[in-house]
Design a binder for this molecule. Structure first.
Ligand code: 5AD
Ligand code: SF4
Length: 465
């Protein structure tokens, strides 16, 4: 069962924050290095980790060298994400030899898997602390134990997941604020590890979310990212919905943009599209992971929609929100996928004309249904299909941004351009990068930008007000 962490438990953790802060105040100010891998949900957890550490008296460094505390906040979605964590952990061995007082912690999705915890126990003896996704709010207590008792600790409670309100956060960016609205996932797509490591779907109270957004906007946030593994099933168990949440947030005072991720096509209803069309603050970017264009593979993936359903959603979006940009995720080489199935994916991509595409080669995840399915196609062959899909998308994407030339958009000026410091940068309502001439006084403000040139990956424009 999902547990809302009690006020008493959260207060207990606050006491531990104070105790650690006391210890830290008696020594050279300690430094922590927090490295987050993976998705926005993890980035949001990373902000909570830093929020708690900051209140415990830690400063931050972007390198592990010389740090008193290192925390790897890990991702399990594909094997290469896990390999990167193990690589980084291995590299810390020497650092720990130089500095035996260093505390090394590993948390996040990876350590919610028993075989990974076993591997860390056996092969990474320099790791002091492992804590799972359900134990994030207990970090103050875990750090206190490390500073006082100094014993290896593995704390990865099982269960359907928790909701912990009131954890302090240290925001990476004051203009763009992430607000988790739900945690976990009930979909059990056959390739995906998330339901196993993040527990069952559970939504935060609507009033808690709206009040957090209100505060964020009042303190200068200009972009709100509503986060969840499957945001469009938000609120089902509370008798509310994602549409209702969007309407309430859209009605708040102030100019700001509302973004959200991730979505599942099966829950992307006409009602939700109508709502988005009416809510002027909501992004015009629809990221709708399709995963495959073959009905046979979609069934094996347990996605609960077919390609015609997907076309129906895309067509309705384009009818109701003509300025929409549509992007997607695709997995190539799912177990049992044939070249004919793959060609169905190619034809879907050609029919939909995505603005951009995130493509992945299937990676077996231990414990999932797909990992048990026969997978006769070689990695080499899958690599060929993967490159073929990239070529198709590249051709489709060529000149796609030309359609924006001459249009004027409301754009949040986020800061200096990445490639040219004389230019400033922001994103159109479709989430396309646009650079424009300006000065520092624009940063943090919305400006009207008229698009003058289009490249394959970005736009150039000029401020018209
Ligand atoms: N192998 C490859 N890609 C995966 N994804 C999720 N699980 C796997 C896997 N086992 C991709 C999906 C998802 C994105 C976040 O990662 O496309 O939408
Ligand atoms: Fe990775 Fe999924 Fe965990 Fe995000 S929720 S960090 S994508 S495994």
């Amino acid at each position: 069962m999902t547990t809302k962490i009690s006020v008493e438990e959260m207060e207990l953790q606050r006491d531990f924050i104070k105790k650690v802060a006391e210890i830290n105040s008696t020594r050279e100010p300690p430094v922590a290095h927090v490295h987050t891998f993976g998705c926005q949900q993890n980035v949001s957890d990373g902000e909570k980790i830093k929020g708690m550490l900051s209140e415990m008296g830690y400063g931050f460094s972007d390198k592990p060298d010389g740090a008193d505390l290192v925390i790897f906040n890990t991702c399990a979605v594909r094997e290469n994400a896990e390999d990167r964590v193990f690589g980084n952990l291995g590299a810390l061995k020497h650092e720990k030899r130089r500095n035996p007082n260093m505390i090394i912690g590993v948390c996040g999705c990876m350590v919610q898997q028993a075989h990974i915890v076993e591997k860390i126990k056996r092969s990474f003896p320099h790791v002091d602390l492992v804590f799972g996704t359900n134990a994030l709010h207990t970090l103050p207590q875990l750090i206190y134990e490390q500073l006082t008792v100094r014993k290896r600790k593995f704390y990865t409670p099982e269960g359907d997941g928790v909701i912990a309100e009131g954890i302090p956060v240290c925001r990476e960016n004051a203009l763009k604020v992430s607000v988790p609205i739900m945690y976990g996932c009930n979909n059990f797509c056959s390739y995906c590890i998330v339901p196993y490591v993040r527990g069952r779907e559970r939504s935060r109270e609507l009033a808690d979310i709206v009040s957090e957004v209100k505060t964020a906007v009042a303190t200068g946030a200009k972009e709100i990212l509503l986060l969840g593994q499957n945001v469009n099933s938000y609120g089902k168990e509370l008798g509310t919905s994602f549409s209702e949440l969007l309407r309430q947030i859209n009605a708040l005072d102030g100019e700001f943009k509302i973004c959200y991720m991730s979505s599942h096509p099966k829950d992307f209803t006409k009602e939700l599209i109508d709502t988005i069309a009416e809510c002027e603050k909501v992004t015009r970017h629809f990221h709708l992971p399709v995963q495959s264009g073959s009905d046979r593979i979609l069934k094996l993936m347990n996605r609960h929609y077919g390609r015609e359903d997907y076309f129906g959603i895309v067509d309705y979006i384009r009818e109701k929100v003509p300025s929409a940009a549509i992007t997607s995720d695709i997995i190539v080489g799912f177990p049992g996928e044939t070249y004919e199935d793959f060609k169905e994916t190619v034809s879907l991509v050609e029919r939909v004309k995505f603005d951009s595409l995130y493509t992945f080669i299937y990676s077996p995840r231990k414990g999932t249904k797909a990992a048990e399915m026969p997978d006769p196609i070689s990695a080499e062959e899958k690599g060929k299909w993967f490159r073929e899909l990239l070529d198709v998308q590249e051709k489709m994407g060529e000149n796609a941004y030309n359609r924006y030339i001459g249009q004027t958009f409301r754009v949040l000026c986020e800061g200096e351009g990445r490639t040219d410091s004389k230019l400033f940068t922001g994103k159109t309502p479709q989430d396309v990068i646009v650079d424009f001439a300006g000065d520092n006084s624009l940063v943090g403000k919305f400006v009207n930008v008229k698009i003058t040139e289009a490249y394959n990956w970005a736009l150039l424009g000029e401020v018209t007000e």
